[in-house]
Design a protein around this ligand. Structure first.
Ligand code: NAD
Length: 249
């Protein structure tokens, strides 16, 4: 697989689950070539084939990032979807918790943008996964996660500015509730902390969303595809809510 094939090419991190997995499927469907990256090799093995190379790698590891960066030379797309959530009462978050969440969610995103952005094809685009929690503290049990996702908004603005002359566009999306394993982890972590059942938590969460449902990973991948494609060619440095109306600013 190489840039010589003439296909558009892109990297997706966190490709082994949820939103990242849906993005890989969408890019392949759009005829692109993909480097699918995830910590868990078994979760991306299904994608290996002529259009898709898989890389079991930790995005917090600089050596692993170098391999991603080399593949991405001349690439059209970068989607930073790898992320972790840590469910902890805010007064019990430790320095180690804080650092781990920042390192995976924010630091890796920063350095992938820094190294890959200047090597991307002019006209390329980056999408970073922030979260509605960057704006809206309904789930205080994920405060360290929310802080990392707020950092991603700043990272996105800075690289949008720094890469605009290339031009490479950089945007962030802020999902609210997308039906993925991460969302299950939040649900299963937060409900017992609040002393409510999973059913009660689901009711509270769903009622908070004007559209009264979670989004599917495929719907989220649709927005990401829009931000990668020429259809959004005049958009950069933006933070796009994807929350069923939960956040409107
Ligand atoms: P998920 O947990 O289903 O998938 C995340 C993937 O990232 C997993 O396959 C995991 O193995 C991988 N990963 C984690 N740490 C990694 C590392 N160090 N190196 C490489 N891969 C790593 O999560 P998701 O729900 O698909 O979320 C994707 C992104 O969207 C995350 O950044 C998340 O914070 C964000 N987000 C999700 C929601 C939601 O409701 N699901 C809401 C807001 C934001």
């Amino acid at each position: 697989m190489s840039a010589q094939s003439g296909r558009r090419r892109g990297v997706v991190t966190g490709a082994g689950s949820g939103i990242g997995k849906a993005v890989v499927r969408r890019l392949l469907r759009e005829g692109g070539e993909v480097l699918a990256v995830d910590l868990r090799g078994e979760a991306i093995a299904e994608f290996a084939g002529p259009q898709c190379q898989v890389l079991a790698a930790d995005v917090t590891d600089a050596e692993a990032r170098k391999r991603i960066e080399d593949w991405a030379d001349g690439a059209d797309w970068l989607v930073n979807s790898a992320g972790i959530v840590m469910v902890r009462p805010i007064f019990e978050v430790t320095v180690e918790d804080w650092r781990r969440v920042q390192t995976v969610n924010a630091e890796a995103t920063f350095f992938l943008c820094q190294k890959i952005g200047p090597r991307m094809k002019p006209g390329g685009a980056i999408v970073n996964l922030s979260s509605s929690s960057a704006k809206y503290a309904t789930t205080v049990e994920v405060a360290a996660y929310a802080a990392s996702k707020t950092t991603i908004l700043s990272i996105t603005r800075s690289f949008a500015y720094a890469l605009a002359s290339r031009p490479v566009r950089v945007n962030a999306i802020l999902p609210g509730i997308v039906d993925t394993p991460m969302q299950d982890a939040v649900r299963e972590g937060v409900a017992p902390m609040r002393g409510i059942s999973l059913g009660e938590w689901d009711t509270v969460r769903t009622k908070s969303v004007p559209l009264a449902r979670a989004a599917s990973p495929d719907e989220c991948a649709g927005l990401i595809w829009f931000l990668l494609s020429e259809e959004s060619g005049y958009m950069t440095g933006q933070a796009i809510n994807f929350t069923g109306g939960l956040v409107t600013w």
